[in-house]
Design a protein around this ligand. Structure first.
Ligand SMILES: [Zn+2]
Length: 479
């Protein structure tokens, strides 16, 4: 946890200077959006709870997407469904012409993380069922709330431009946004503002890792394990040998790299020598270049294991996400709005619940984060996201807002428990206010859009975006 709480102030000076340079004379007042979001708070908590109550896995988020679309259509947004050949992806737009300001809504759940709301001990709602262990119910709802609030302000103040709310499914399986990009969904977008629930209040930048996921399969020859094992060639043996090679490889990779896996098929019963085995392997590091290098080594390890066991190896790429491209012009905008709105205000009951959870999980009992971190480079978590792909297409900044106790992480039942509880709802309300105000600011600030673009061109060296998807790839949920 300590490394995730690094503080730094060196760059704050730079950020303040940049804010001064960008502050336009006619910056729209974001505070009207705060007032609207306070008035309509119960509505957003109801939407977040509805999505939490029906947790759906990537590409199967029909009810979750429908709940968000319903709100957006009632608010006058035009909705295009099925974007990127993904049935649960959508783009909702309001307004007309430039600038185009984008917000990202995720709403997929994770397998096996069902957990009762507000319970500090492991207690599934339904054993083995999915749950919102990354709080994407809060993520999607806050972004939609921000889009609605900003759109009301756009109309009231007769601001120029278009608000785009991107309904982006399948983040947890690594590629929802990548197919939307391939379909041209972000073609007209000038900037994107995003957020993720977290244990801190801060601007997230430069820490998300690039990732590539691949299925590694082995094909052998089946035989009776007692009667004639010499006739068989075990695919499981090959997978075990391959997995050992990957484990040894961990000593010889960069300290920033991560290798992890799930065994998906290891044979049916011990007395049949399996002719098929499969593992899903994820490779991560601070740069896509390093991940590609590790992928080359993974392929060699698979071939080596196949050679040793007289089986055949097959490596199938599932998805690939680069590390996010940083945009300090947009980071400064979000930092300014986050400092203005302030951190979520937690009461004694919230802090007691947070400490009970920390006790249960063996963390220091320090409760919830109650401050906004000063801006600093290299701040945030190391989880990968297809948000990295969006950041390579359009200038993007990402905010973190507290929605779980300090020290806890996502992809855990603890986050599920907080995602339909005042701890999570309070974080969601702050995120919505920051994103709404940031959107209104961006609509009325051509200099900001220009600065974000200039920085984007520098960061990407003007090179055009190349999709990691192979030609003809189709979005398919992993088995
Ligand atoms: Zn997430």
């Amino acid at each position: 946890m300590s490394s995730r709480k690094r503080l730094g102030v060196v760059c704050t000076v730079f950020m303040l200077g940049m804010l001064g340079a960008l502050a336009p004379a006619a910056r729209a007042d974001g505070r009207a959006t705060d007032a609207y979001l306070d008035e309509s708070r119960a509505r957003w908590e109801q939407v977040a709870r509805q999505i939490w109550d029906t947790p759906e896995l990537g590409l199967g988020e029909a009810r979750s997407a429908a709940a968000l679309i319903d709100v957006l259509e009632k608010e006058g947004f035009q909705v295009t469904r099925g974007v990127g050949s993904e049935p649960t992806a959508f783009v909702a737009t309001a307004g007309s012409g430039a600038p185009f300001i984008g917000l990202l809504a995720e709403y997929d759940a994770l397998p096996g993380l069902s957990q009762a709301a507000g319970q500090a001990k492991r207690q599934a709602v339904a054993e083995g069922a999915p749950g919102h262990g990354c709080a994407h119910n809060l993520l999607g709802t806050a972004s939609v709330a921000a889009a609605v609030a900003a759109n009301r302000e756009r109309i009231a103040k007769k601001l120029p431009g278009t608000i785009q709310l991107f309904g982006t499914p399948a983040e947890e399986i690594g590629f929802g946004k990548t197919f939307m990009i391939r379909d041209g969904a972000f073609k007209r977008t000038d900037v994107v503002l995003a957020w993720h629930p977290d244990d801190q209040n801060r601007i997230a930048n430069r820490t998300r890792l690039a990732v590539t996921g691949a299925n590694v399969e082995f094909f052998g020859r089946s035989a009776h394990a007692a009667a004639s094992p010499w006739l068989g060639r075990s695919a499981l043996d090959a997978l075990v040998l391959f997995d050992h090679a990957m484990a040894l490889m961990r000593e010889h990779i960069l300290p920033t790299a991560r290798i992890h896996r799930a065994i998906k098929d290891g044979g049916a019963v011990p007395n049949i020598i399996p002719d098929h085995a499969m593992g899903e392997y994820w490779l991560r590091d601070a740069s896509g270049e390093s991940v590609n290098e590790m992928l080359g080594r993974l392929r060699k390890a698979a071939d080596g294991a196949a050679l040793a066991t007289e089986t055949r190896a097959k490596v199938t790429l599932l998805f690939s996400n680069r590390e996010p491209v940083v945009n300090d012009a947009l980071n400064a905008l979000l930092q300014k709005e986050l400092e203005r709105v302030g951190p979520p205000r937690f009461d004694d009951a919230d802090q007691r619940f947070a400490k009970a959870m920390q006790k249960e999980l063996g963390f220091e009992e320090v409760g919830m984060a109650t401050t906004v971190m000063p801006f600093t480079q290299h701040n945030g978590g190391t989880a990968s996201s297809d948000i990295g792909e969006v950041s390579a297409v359009v200038p993007l900044a990402e905010l973190n807002v507290t929605a779980r106790p300090l020290g806890t992480a996502g992809h855990h039942w603890a986050q599920t428990a907080c995602a339909a509880h005042p701890l999570g709802y309070k974080g969601m309300a702050i995120a919505a206010k920051v994103l709404a105000a940031g959107t209104v600011d961006a609509l009325g600030d051509p200099a900001l859009i220009k600065a974000a673009h200039a920085e984007f061109v520098t960061q990407t060296k003007g090179k055009p975006y190349v999709s990691p998807l192979p030609p003809g790839a189709k979005p398919v949920a992993p088995r």
